[in-house]
Design a protein around this ligand. Structure first.
Ligand code: UD1
Ligand code: UDP
Length: 382
């Protein structure tokens, strides 16, 4: 029996981990025991608890309750807590998702005491080291033993950084294995799509009509913390809603919510409050989010996950960042990089509303990435 410790902390990791937990519980529970450790990076009910309930994820055995803080303080506290658990539990491996501070902390804690690291969503690069996530993911990849990348681009990025395709087992941190296996988030979108149809009533609750609203999310630190960028983004959304009589639905991340009064001009904030077509809500649950993604006209987001989910549900996307790790979305024409540039955002809206037959090729696997990951873990980390 393989004992795995899964580290989660931020919202997208809880969601990604659901895919692997589901595979373990339904197909591999004779081979794998999973212990979930929540760092507590996200802690509000609608940023954490809700996902355990609706996605049926096993409750964490440990919650470090680290909470918010500067990068150093937060990451250091996580490393300390995770190391203690690893020493106590003695797992065969640790599983890490994505690129948050919880990912980095898990990678450092485990590699220093020689617990093999499995990195899911490896190889993605924005080539912008000013992003905290870029630093986290590069560091995590380079101390991992099994690296599972969702895209061909991610695989090539790893090759370009010196990883070798031809390494043979046994795999170690000095002889790692890289896989191109598809995206566990795609597994989830397929699995939860029907469940969302049955369980979410957010479209009715917000009185929305199919293809008559833009779904937006904004939380990236360079957008929330820089007033010029935040004003440009909200101005663009407000202008779009007014000139096109279209609703904007913005489930707001707490980071952004806390900075609106401080960083948005008071006149723009007032205008938005008076604009009945500009609907700002609490963060949505995952089933609600899928319903919003499936029913919207298009998505405007700086989120990594939401960009891809837009694509899974065949919706065009304006990316509110200067670059993306998911370059294939842009290359195939389903997404446009708009940064925090009002003109580009409005041009993207006009482009997508006047372009038919956008392309949504199957870049992200076959919906079975998590099963593949479990099989490889069983083969190589027992
Ligand atoms: C983190 C990740 C980011 C990911 C995002 C997903 C890092 C460096 N960043 O960013 O890659 O895209 O999660 O959502 O790890 N807050 C609350 N309640 C919560 C959680 C956060 O109020 O439950 C507020 C706090 O004021 C906190 C701020 O949000 O200081 C930022 O939270 P933090 O986890 O540090 O970073 P995110 O911006 O959420
Ligand atoms: N998400 C959600 N509710 C929201 C916003 C996002 O459930 O209000 C989900 C979304 O569907 C996706 C994941 O959270 O699965 C993306 O997380 P987020 O945007 O916080 O982080 P990122 O992907 O940018 O790291």
């Amino acid at each position: 029996m393989i004992k795995l410790i899964t580290i989660i902390g931020a919202r997208p990791q809880i969601i990604k981990a659901a895919a692997l937990s589901r595979a373990i519980n339904t197909k591999f529970n004779n081979d794998i025991t999973e212990i979930i450790v929540h760092t507590g990076q996200h802690y509000d009910e609608n940023m954490s608890g809700v996902f355990f309930d609706e996605l049926g994820i096993p409750k964490p055995k440990y919650n470090l309750n680290i909470g918010s803080g500067g990068h150093g303080k937060q990451t250091a506290a996580m490393i300390t807590g995770i190391e203690e658990i690893l020493l106590l539990e003695k797992p065969n491996a640790i599983i890490l998702y994505g690129d948050t501070n919880s990912t980095l902390a898990g990678a450092i804690a485990a590699s220093k005491i020689h617990v093999p690291v499995v990195h899911v969503e490896a190889g993605l690069r924005s080539f912008n080291k000013a992003m905290p996530e870029e630093v986290n993911r590069i560091m995590a990849d380079h101390i991992s033993t099994l690296l599972f990348t969702p895209t061909k681009t991610g695989f090539n990025n790893l090759l370009n950084e010196g990883f070798k395709q031809a390494n043979s087992a046994p795999y170690t941190v000095n002889n790692p294995k890289i896989y191109h296996c598809g995206d566990v988030m795609y597994d989830n979108s397929i699995y939860y799509s029907n469940i969302s149809d049955q369980k979410s009533d957010i479209i009715q609750a917000l009185q929305l009509q199919k293809n008559k609203f833009i779904l937006a999310t904004i939380h990236r630190n360079n957008n929330t913390d820089e007033p010029i960028r935040l004003n440009a983004l909200f101005n663009a959304l407000n202008t779009l809603s007014k000139t096109n009589s279209i609703k904007i639905v913005l489930p707001l991340h707490p980071r952004t919510s806390k900075l609106l009064e401080k960083n948005l001009s008071s006149s723009l904030l007032n205008e938005i409050k008076l604009n009945t077509n500009f609907i700002i809500t609490e963060p949505a649950g995952f089933l609600e989010m899928i319903a919003l993604e499936k029913n919207c006209l298009m998505v405007m987001t700086d989120s990594g996950g939401v960009q891809k989910e837009a694509f899974y549900f065949k919706k065009p996307c304006a990316i509110l960042r200067p670059e993306t790790e998911w370059v294939e979305l842009v290359e195939c024409g389903a997404a446009l990089i708009c940064d925090a540039n009002e003109e580009k955002i409005i041009t993207a809206f006009n482009h997508f509303t006047s372009t038919e037959n956008l392309n949504y090729p199957q870049f992200y696997g076959d919906g079975k990435a998590s099963e593949f990951i479990c099989e490889e873990i069983i083969k190589h980390l027992a």
